[in-house]
Design a protein around this ligand. Structure first.
Ligand code: PFF
Length: 454
């Protein structure tokens, strides 16, 4: 096995980088809405079920596998079985494809970070975002539709990713995560404190947590819980196998997997409390029910929140800046992991230098990503996001669980992880990886497909 492979400088550096990858836009704008719309407090049942039956078991699998075979995903799989290399390219491509639209949103967040200083969106953030900012009315593919601020934002994001990955694992990714992640957590805590102390916050939190048990009877809610766990933990993306391949020989695999998963869940829980405290305030100050102000993703970050910052008085500027900084930091620590999962695969395959591979990866990715600087961005975003989430991640997860769990042998992965871990995993883990995870993933694939056909 290669002797001069990059390594993390410390265990905490690895954990921070892995949590940095996991904590991203998915935690800040996807999870709060999902929790609210999928049964509130009752959603915690499918959520934790998915975490313990698929999230943590697969995290242990990916960490142990990457650590054992010391390679990016295609190389690690090829070392386990020569015929499996192709399976490793699949998640590596998924992650770089996700990056093309993830970087677009991060580019927008960079723009909004600057706009937040003057609250340039004015009193109609909706009209501002879709009209002035994106100019959707100018037609999605019009060349004249290139918006220079958006172009600048996306370019900056790709440049930052280049800058970090070019410097390597301990000199780039680890260093940046050590600064950005604690700062991000600190800023999120500030948002939560402000959120829950705003007048009306309790109305939002009640709406968020009041359990609706009927919803939990719906299989779609369970699928959504598993989908969130996979996306949010960056599983089946090639990221965690690659990151763990940079670990030194003696590393507590099991403990690291639990820590990453709990930190990620803790963060998204915090984000949900902050977001719903703020939405409760917004609804109360406008005299409307919370349902009317709740949105997810783009609508939350670029329309609803700018509106709330406008209602917060002078502190609105401060919290606007903090919020968009959170989005940018959370997004950067995730996007570098996407670049790394792909670049590392190419480095391992070609033997070319990191610098060269990162230059090409970023160069080509940037050219594709820049397509999103036209109004076409939103159009692509929906299509790619849908296919990657409904099929890409699910099928890679399934292939991983079946090939590694059944053909390679789950027990061998466990036997690798246990001697170096303080708390060894028991046989329950084999059951999860071999039976529960594949069964759920097959069900997800089929039901996604059936929904498609309707
Ligand atoms: N886990 C990230 C989030 O929750 O936003 C998203 C992500 C990171 C997806 C890394 C893919 C990836 F390779």
């Amino acid at each position: 096995m290669s002797q001069n492979r990059d390594q993390w400088g410390s265990k905490i550096g690895f954990i921070l980088a892995a949590v940095g990858s996991a904590v991203g836009l998915g935690n800040i704008w996807r999870y709060p809405y999902l929790l609210y719309s999928s049964g509130g407090g009752a959603f915690l049942v499918p959520y934790f079920f998915a975490l313990f039956t698929a999230g943590i078991p697969l995290m242990i699998l990916e960490y142990s596998f990457g650590h054992k075979f010391k390679g990016s995903t295609p190389l690690a799989l090829a070392r386990a079985n020569k015929k499996w290399e192709w399976l490793g390219w699949w998640p590596s491509f998924n992650s770089i494809v996700i990056l093309t639209y993830y970087s677009m949103i991060l580019g927008w967040a960079v723009n909004y970070l600057f706009l937040a200083f003057t609250q340039a969106w004015g009193s109609d953030p909706n009209g501002f975002f879709f009209g002035e900012f994106l100019s959707l009315s100018s037609g999605p593919f019009e060349l004249g539709g290139i918006k220079w601020p958006i172009f600048f934002g996306i370019s900056l994001i790709w440049f930052i990713n280049w800058f970090i990955c070019y410097r390597g694992v301990s000199g780039g990714i680890e260093k940046v995560n050590k600064v950005l992640l604690p700062t991000l957590i600190g800023m999120m805590v500030l948002i939560v404190i402000r959120g829950i102390t705003l007048p009306g916050a309790v109305v939002g939190l009640n709406k968020l947590f009041t359990p609706d048990w009927a919803k939990v009877m719906d299989p779609k809610v369970w699928i959504a819980a598993y989908g969130q766990i996979f996306f949010s933990l960056s599983l089946a993306m090639g990221v965690m196998i690659t990151y763990s391949s940079y670990l030194p020989e003696k590393t507590d695999i099991v403990n690291s997997a639990f820590m990453t998963a709990f930190a990620n869940s803790g963060f998204e829980f915090l984000a949900a409390i902050g977001v719903f405290g703020i939405l409760g305030f917004m609804a109360t100050s406008q005299g409307v029910p919370v349902e009317e102000v709740v949105t997810a993703s783009i609508g939350l970050a670029f329309v609803a929140f700018p509106k709330v910052f406008g209602l917060m008085g002078p502190l609105g500027v401060v919290f606007g800046v903090i919020f968009f900084t959170c989005l940018v930091f959370a997004g950067i620590t995730s996007s570098v992991s996407m670049v790394e999962a792909f670049a590392s695969a190419v480095i391992d395959k070609t033997g070319a230098s990191r610098k060269k591979v990162v230059n090409y990866t970023i160069g080509i990715g940037y050219l594709v990503g820049i397509l999103f600087a036209t109004g076409a961005g939103l159009y692509f975003l929906d299509i790619i996001d849908h296919f990657i989430n409904s099929y890409g991640i699910v099928s890679v997860g399934l292939a991983e669980a079946v090939l590694i769990g059944w053909v390679y042998g789950a027990h061998k992965i466990r036997e690798h992880a246990n001697p170096i871990s303080i708390y060894p995993v028991g046989k329950w883990w084999d059951v999860m990886v071999k039976f529960v995870t594949p069964a759920v993933l097959v069900y997800m694939l089929i039901s996604n497909f059936v929904l498609e056909m309707k």
